[in-house]
Design a protein around this ligand. Structure first.
Ligand code: NAI
Ligand code: MG
Length: 354
C-alpha cells in the first residue's frame, strides 16, 4: 500500500510518536496493513539549522498516503514560523477542509462535571472547517502602534469549503447511532458569513432526511457543552468556533492527553490526511516521561478508520478503551505511569485480541 510520513516534531512530539510507531508495528503484525513509515525531520532543530527554507508541501501530498504529526512548537522560535509553515502549509495547500475532533468519555472519573453520571453522555465529534475563517491571513494594520492603531483580521468563508465541511458533518452524523447534527455559528452578529452557513446547512439537510438538525449560537453552545453535553452528537462549525469548542469539549473526556484529530480533503482518495493530537509540544513536561501518548495513538486510529482499515481501527479503539478504564495512566489522568508504559499497555492489548 502506501507510505506514511511521520513528523515527530518538537517537545513531547517525538516522545508520543515513538509510542505510535510501536503501536503501528503491532497493528502491522496483527493486521498486515502494508503501511510503511518514513520519518521526516521537520522540527525546530531542523529549521534552526537550515534557516528559512521552503518545504514542498504538494510533494508530501503526492508521495505519502498520510501524515502522522507529533507536535510543532519551540520557545526558540517565538513566532512559531516553522509550525505555521508545516501545519498551516499542509492544511491550506493540500485543502484539508475537514478537521474531525472526536470526544468520548470512557471513565466517569475523567469527566470534571459532577452532573455527568453516564459515560454515554459525552460522545460527540466536532467537525471544524479547517482552511478558512480568520486563519487565512487576510487583514492588515493601519497606524500601527499609534493611538489610532487599526487591526483588521478578515474571516473568509467560501461556499466551496463550507459545503465540504457540512457534507462531511452530515455524512458523519448519518453514520453514527443518534443521527444528530448541530450547526454552531454566530449568525446573529455575522450578517455575511452567517447566512452562507445557514443557507448551505438548510440546503444540504434536504438530502439527509435521516439526520436530525438543529442550530445553536456559539456562546450558547459553549454553555450547553457544560450544562448538557448529552445533547450533542455531531457539531459543525467554522474554523475559529470549531477550534475553541473542540478544546472545551476535550475537557469533558479527560483533556488534551486524550484529544485526537484528523484533517483531510474529503475528495482526495490517495492522500488520506494529517493525523495529529490536538495538543502542542508541551515544553513544560517534555523529557520527563509524563506525556500522555493516547491522543496521538487515537489520531493514528482515526487514520486507520479513514483508510478503511476497520478491523485494525476497532482493535486500537478497544485497546484505548481498555487502557482508559484501567489505572495505569499518565499524570494528566491522575496516574503515575510513564509515556512508554502506556504505549506498551496499548500494544499488549492489541496483540492479545489478535
Ligand atoms: P500544549 O498543548 O503544548 O500544552 C498545554 C498544557 O497541556 C501543558 O500544561 C501541557 O503539559 C499539557 N499537555 C499537552 N499535551 C499533553 C499530553 N499529551 N500529556 C500530558 N499533558 C499534556 O499547549 P501550549 O503550552 O499552549 O503550547 C506549547 C507549544 O506547542 C507552543 O509552541 C504552541 O505553539 C505549540 N502548539 C502546537 C500545536 C500543534 O503542533 N498542532 C497545537 C497547539 C500548540
Ligand atoms: Mg486549538
Amino acid at each position: 500500500m502506501s507510505t506514511l510520513a511521520v513528523i515527530p516534531g518538537d517537545g513531547i512530539g517525538p516522545e508520543v510518536m515513538a509510542e505510535v510507531l510501536k503501536v503501528h508495528a503491532v497493528v502491522e503484525d496483527a493486521f498486515g496493513t502494508g503501511l510503511k513509515t518514513e520519518v521526516l525531520p521537520y522540527s525546530a532543530d531542523w529549521f534552526l539549522e537550515h534557516g528559512d527554507v521552503e518545504i514542498d508541501i504538494p510533494a508530501i501530498g503526492r508521495t505519502y498516503g498520510a501524515v502522522l504529526l507529533g507536535a510543532l512548537g519551540d520557545p526558540r522560535i517565538p513566532d512559531n514560523r516553522h509550525a505555521i509553515r508545516i501545519i498551516g502549509g499542509l492544511r491550506q495547500q493540500l485543502e484539508l477542509s475537514v478537521n474531525l475532533r472526536p470526544v468520548r468519555l470512557r471513565t466517569l472519573a475523567h469527566c470534571p462535571l459532577k452532573h455527568v453520571r453516564d459515560v454515554g453522555d459525552v460522545d460527540l465529534v466536532v467537525v471544524r472547517e479547517n482552511t478558512e475563517d480568520v486563519y487565512v491571513g487576510v487583514g492588515g494594520t493601519v497606524r500601527g502602534g499609534r493611538p489610532g492603531h487599526v487591526a483588521m483580521e478578515v474571516g473568509v468563508h467560501t461556499r466551496w469549503a463550507v459545503d465540504r465541511a457540512l457534507e462531511a458533518a452530515f455524512e458523519l452524523a448519518r453514520s453514527r447511532p443518534r443521527h444528530r447534527l448541530t450547526l454552531v455559528d454566530k449568525s446573529n452578529a455575522m450578517p455575511s458569513a452567517g447566512p452562507l452557513w445557514q443557507s448551505r446547512f438548510r440546503a444540504l439537510a434536504a438530502s439527509y432526511p435521516d439526520v436530525a438538525c438543529d442550530h445553536l449560537y456559539v456562546d450558547a453552545a459553549a454553555m450547553e457543552l457544560i450544562r448538557n453535553p448529552a445533547r450533542f452528537d455531531v457539531v459543525v462549525a467554522s474554523n475559529l468556533f470549531g477550534d475553541i469548542l473542540s478544546d472545551e469539549a476535550s475537557m469533558l473526556a479527560g483533556g488534551l492527553g486524550v484529544a485526537p484529530s484528523a484533517s483531510y480533503d474529503p475528495e482526495d482518495t490517495s492522500f488520506f490526511g494529517v493525523f495529529e493530537a490536538v495538543h502542542g509540544s508541551a515544553p513544560d513536561i517534555a523529557g520527563t516521561g509524563r506525556a500522555n501518548p493516547l491522543a496521538s495513538v487515537m489520531s493514528y486510529s482515526l487514520m486507520l478508520d479513514r483508510m478503511g482499515l476497520r478491523a485494525a481501527h476497532r482493535a486500537v479503539e478497544r485497546a484505548v478503551d481498555e487502557v482508559l478504564r484501567g489505572d495505569l495512566l499518565t499524570p494528566d489522568l491522575g496516574g503515575t505511569a510513564r509515556t512508554d508504559e502506556v504505549g506498551d499497555l496499548i500494544c499488549r492489548a492489541i496483540a492479545r485480541r489478535d
